[in-house]
Design a protein around this ligand. Structure first.
Ligand code: GLV
Ligand code: MN
Ligand code: MN
Length: 464
């Protein structure tokens, strides 16, 4: 009975979307029979719900414990022991939330709350829990644990979804071990070329992707990578909650960022080979230094990015490896990895092309071989769906939370889910915009606001 009342109340809420009646402040007990034991409540129109901040904060800390480096940093690499333990932790929480859990061949994890109309395409939410070396504990995690708490809050409120709700934990959003970003979501979106590539991909210890997946309990038996692909329309909508990873919300004193688009990322691997030799005996005119070729290319990346004339163009050289790596040996080989992004795809492509021209020019000038110039990915940007932007905006207003529309300069699994489903993202402020370093921090109050907006948005989308 309680659930039926909540269900009809939601319809009223949807019918008067944007109208927020204070007189509808109902207690949680009235609808669900649960005492309001948590410390933060949000009014979902006629449907009251609360976020359990204490549990959520504890879970974020517990998950951070599954790390290859010690606190405050977090390092969690795909299919490592800590990644496997963290996955177990998430599956356990999904079970506690009463979700039915399934995993696909690469370990994307799905927890489903079945709706009253399971024949309709479900609504999904989620993010990743893997972490680059020495990063923080909120990137991605807020979108997985926060999604589970959004589901718990809706369940406690007595809300009944019409479309099923899926919480997804994506495998390896970070390009750590196999150099491929958003591995799970790219595959989910049906990337045939990636499925082919992964069959021959190895990590820096020469462990193949397939072997690593098997050691984590995936890709068993005759499982094919193509079994991960989902059809277009498998979901009616997808919403990801994430820390902003930039300073705007905090600087402007806003609670919620409503993402309208995700910038276009590209990543490139370059290898040079020179002659190497003795650091004392080989005179400067006789050298073909592969290390200096890499250094020169790194500076060229910065130059080309700045030449674009737009602050939206960025470029980073995050990896330079020299062989043999001895102080008294001229590098005979170098390996460099470049990340460049822009909200303007053509401008980003022009930078990639200029980097290529520079690599060719530098190799000629220095007499080193350009062994490889490999564009790992060169993705288009993605636009959020108007319908989801509207649902997130209305939800923020109904919750009396200040918000602004913004673009995401970081990439996310949403960039690829957008290929098969309408997509939207909710950002929350993080301290000074810090991310990908141990100082990353988001307050539980801000996280809780994001969870509330997510819960209300999911509730709306599930009945749309
Ligand atoms: C995501 O981790 C990114 O690098 O944008
Ligand atoms: Mn990240
Ligand atoms: Mn992330």
């Amino acid at each position: 009975m309680a659930q039926r009342r909540a269900f009809f109340s939601l319809f009223i809420l949807l019918a008067v979307a944007g109208v927020h009646g204070d007189s509808t402040m109902k207690t949680m007990e009235k609808f669900s029979g649960y005492p309001p034991e948590s410390d933060d409540a949000g009014d979902l129109g006629s449907l009251s719900f609360s976020v359990d901040n204490n549990s959520l904060e504890r879970q974020i800390d517990e998950l951070a414990g599954f790390s290859d480096t010690s606190a405050p940093s977090v390092t969690r690499i795909i299919y490592s022991k800590n990644d496997i333990l963290a996955r177990r932790y998430i599956k356990n929480l999904m079970g506690i939330s009463g979700l039915s859990v399934r995993e696909d061949a690469v370990g994307n994890i799905f927890g489903r709350w079945e709706g009253s109309h399971p024949e309709l395409a479900p609504v999904a939410t989620g993010s990743h829990i893997d972490a680059i070396p020495y990063s923080g504990k909120y990137d991605g995690v807020v979108g997985v644990l926060g999604a589970l708490e959004a589901i718990n809050a809706l369940k406690r409120s007595g809300f009944q979804p019409k479309r099923s709700l899926d919480v997804i934990m994506f495998t390896s959003e970070e390009p750590t071990r196999f150099g491929i970003s958003c591995l799970g979501s790219r595959l989910m979106a049906g990337d045939e070329a990636l499925a082919q590539l992964l069959l021959g991909t190895v990590d820096s210890h020469n462990i193949s992707f397939i072997e690593a997946a098997r050691s984590a309990g995936y890709m068993m038996g005759q499982q094919e990578l193509s079994s991960v692909f989902l059809d277009h329309g498998s979901y009616s909508s997808f919403v990801e909650l994430h820390i902003e990873q930039g300073p705007i919300l905090e600087e402007e004193g806003l609670s919620i960022g409503i993402v309208t688009a995700i910038a276009a990322p590209a990543s490139i691997k370059v290898d040079f080979e020179g002659n190497g030799g003795h650091a004392g005996a080989v005179l400067m005119p006789s050298r073909n230094d592969a290390g200096l070729a890499a250094a020169e290319l790194a500076l060229a990346v910065e130059k080309h990015v700045l030449e674009s004339g737009s602050l939206d163009t960025v470029g980073t050289v995050g990896i330079i490896e020299l062989h043999p790596g001895a102080v008294n040996s001229i590098p005979s080989k170098s390996h460099i990895e470049i990340d460049t992004r822009d909200i303007d795809e053509e401008r980003r492509n022009a930078v990639v092309e200029k980097i290529h021209q520079s690599a060719v020019k530098i190799s000629k000038a220095r007499g080193v071989k350009l062994l490889g110039f490999h564009i790992v990915n060169q993705d288009p940007p993605a636009l959020a769906a108007e319908s989801i932007i509207a649902a997130m905006s209305v939800a923020s207003k109904q919750l009396n939370l200040s918000s602004k529309r913004m673009i995401s300069r970081a990439y996310h699994d949403s960039l690829f889910v957008a290929r098969i489903s309408p997509m939207g993202m909710i950002f929350i402020p993080c301290y000074k915009g810090y991310s990908h370093k141990p100082e990353e921090y988001a307050s539980i109050e801000n996280i809780s606001n994001g969870v509330k907006v997510l819960a209300l948005t999911l509730a709306k989308l599930s009945h749309s």
